[in-house]
Ligand binder design. Structure first.
Ligand code: FPP
Length: 281
């Protein structure tokens, strides 16, 4: 199959999803959706299964949701797959299972990613992951690099506070290199929000319009703290292993009912999505 899809892929949506899609305003689709995939353990526990089986089922949900995202031509989808805290605070057996699952997922799904014109990218302190995991990640990126549809970004060994610290260090080093010997005050005066934004792992992406969290918890858990300053937040009680493309479309439907003001006053709905234009005076 071709890597490029010039025509709409909406006809590939299952009928139920197509019907939900038809209820959306195509002018105001989010450009970037970020998902906190929670509840794998509880999904398994309710079935008296091992937690790892919840993660395995969660990987199935990832593929379903990525396919729907690519069919509706969502430019950016970012998934919180493994946090720094997961890495440090879960039993080594669960962590190593998640690492193996990630590799299995990548190896098993690169062909489908290519069929769906999806590129794979990562954010997080990935250099701290096991070498063989990093090699598979790199391989999957190379295999999907020529695709032009949805960019699927997996947050792996990710923590937002760590990211902001990394970005501040990078930005300050850049400023110092630009003007060697400048006094500290002059350097700090040039440390702006734009400088920090462009040093984040996500510098190349727009901020998320919509953050989805599954399994009912009302928290952000150190995910994209800087980038979600004006994101809409949608929490569903559904556990991640039960989340499918139609639930993504339901979340977008709810998103479109929100009045996004970015700290200003209501703007006509046509311009709601042109955030940069709305913010520039
Ligand atoms: C939260 O469930 C989920 C995780 C910590 C890992 C997310 C991983 C996947 C969805 C599968 C692998 C990912 C990819 C990209 C293949 P939890 O264990 O915290 O659930 P609980 O709160 O119910 O215990």
């Amino acid at each position: 199959m071709s890597h490029r899809h010039a025509t709409s892929r909406l006809s590939e949506l299952p009928p139920e999803e197509l019907a939900l899609y038809r209820q959306l305003d195509p002018e105001r689709l989010p450009q970037h959706i970020a998902i906190i995939m929670d509840g794998n353990g509880r999904w398994a526990g309710m079935r008296r299964l091992q937690r790892i089986l919840g993660h395995q089922q969660g990987a199935e949900s990832v593929q379903f949701v990525v396919e729907t995202a690519s069919r509706i031509d969502l430019p950016w989808l970012t998934l919180y797959a493994f946090s720094v805290e997961n890495n440090l605070r879960r039993p080594a057996t669960e962590v190593s299972f998640l690492m193996r699952l990630l590799r299995t997922y990548l190896v098993g799904n690169v062909k489908r990613m290519n069929d769906n014109n999806v590129r794979i990218a990562y954010i997080g302190r990935t250099a701290e992951l096991p070498t063989e995991v990093q090699e598979t990640m790199q391989w999957a990126t190379e295999q999907t690099a020529r695709n032009t549809g949805t960019t699927l970004t997996l947050a792996l060994n990710y923590g937002a506070r760590g990211e902001i610290v990394d970005a501040a260090r990078t930005a300050i080093a850049q400023l110092a290199a630009e003007e060697p010997g400048a006094p500290l005050e002059a350097l700090l005066a040039r440390l702006t929000e734009e400088r920090i934004s462009s040093a984040l792992y996500t510098a190349h992406m727009p901020d998320p319009d919509l953050v989805i969290r599954t399994s009912g918890e009302m928290r952000i858990s150190n995910f994209l703290l800087w980038q979600i300053a004006y994101s809409e937040i949608y929490v569903t009680d559904r556990f991640w292993p039960d989340f499918r493309g139609k639930h993504l479309l339901e979340a977008i439907h709810e998103y479109q009912s929100r009045d996004r003001r970015f700290g200003g006053l209501s703007v006509p709905s046509k311009t709601l999505n042109t955030r940069k234009a709305a913010l520039v005076p």
